[in-house]
Design a protein around this ligand. Structure first.
Ligand code: SF4
Length: 223
C-alpha cells in the first residue's frame, strides 16, 4: 500500500486490556484500569487539525478495540489521516470496524494471537473468523505471536493448525522479564537451534520483535 503522509507517530490510546498475558510489559494495575477517555473523539480529531499535516498513527494500548467509541474515533480520524492498529481481536467492535472503516486508510492491522491466553478465556475460533472477515474486507492483516518458551516448544503444530486456515503466524520475540528470566537472552542461549530455525522461517516473510516501544527491527510497529 502506498501512503502519503507527513508525520508518523505511535499512539497508546489506553492501557486497559481484556487480556492478562503474563509476558505483557504493561503493569497489571494499568491493564485493569477503568476505561478512561481524556477527550471526546471530536476533540481528538480537532487536536490534529492545527498541525495541518496528514498523520500515520499507530494505535495500540492496552487493547484499542475496547476504547469507548473506538469505531467512531477511527471513522473520524481516517477522513484525513492513516491508521495502523495493534489488537488482540477479542472484542466484537472489530467486526464493526471491518464493516465501517475504509481499508484504504488503514496501513495494516497487527492481530496478536496470544494463544494460551485465548485458549483459557477467549475463543480461537473468533480470532480466525475476525482475521478472515478483515481480509475479505481488504484490510492488510498480519498475525503475530509472542514466543514464550511454551509456545516455542509447540510452535510447529500450532502454526500448522493456523496455516490450514489461511493464517501465517509471525513469531514475535519475547523481551523483558518473564517467569524470573530475562528474554530473549536466555532463550537464545538455551534453544539456539530451534529458535534459529523458527525465526528464520518467520524472517522470510516478516519477523516482529516484542519490544517496549513497539518498534521492530524492520520498522514495522507491533504491540
Ligand atoms: S500483551 Fe497485549 S493483549 Fe496481552 S495483556 Fe498486554 S496489552 Fe493485552
Amino acid at each position: 500500500m502506498s501512503l502519503t503522509y507527513d508525520i508518523e507517530a505511535d499512539w497508546e490510546l489506553l492501557t486497559t486490556c481484556n487480556f492478562r498475558c503474563p509476558y505483557c510489559f504493561v503493569p497489571l494495575s494499568a491493564l485493569a484500569a477503568k476505561l478512561t477517555t481524556h477527550g471526546t473523539n471530536a476533540q481528538w480529531v480537532e487536536g490534529f487539525a492545527p498541525t495541518r499535516k496528514r498523520w500515520l498513527l499507530h494505535i495500540s494500548g492496552g487493547e484499542p478495540s475496547i476504547y469507548p467509541g473506538f469505531i467512531d474515533l477511527c471513522e473520524k480520524l481516517t477522513q484525513l489521516h492513516y491508521l495502523s492498529i495493534n489488537s488482540n481481536l477479542a472484542h466484537r467492535s472489530i467486526e464493526t470496524f471491518a464493516e465501517r472503516i475504509n481499508p484504504e486508510r488503514i496501513h495494516f492491522i497487527n492481530a496478536s494471537l496470544h494463544y494460551y491466553e485465548r485458549s483459557n478465556k477467549h475463543s480461537l475460533h473468533d480470532f480466525v473468523a475476525r482475521v478472515q472477515k478483515l481480509r475479505v474486507r481488504r484490510f492488510c492483516v498480519f498475525v503475530s505471536s509472542v514466543m514464550t518458551p511454551l509456545l516455542l516448544r509447540h510452535f510447529p503444530e500450532i502454526s500448522k493448525h493456523f496455516e490450514s486456515q489461511g493464517l501465517f503466524l509471525i513469531p514475535k520475540m519475547i523481551r523483558g522479564w518473564f517467569q524470573g528470566k530475562i528474554y530473549p537472552r536466555c532463550i537464545l542461549r538455551r534453544r539456539k537451534v530451534s529458535h534459529t530455525r523458527i525465526f528464520s522461517k518467520g524472517t522470510t516473510r516478516l519477523c516482529f520483535h516484542h519490544s517496549r516501544n513497539g518498534r521492530t527491527s524492520n520498522n514495522q510497529y507491533v504491540r
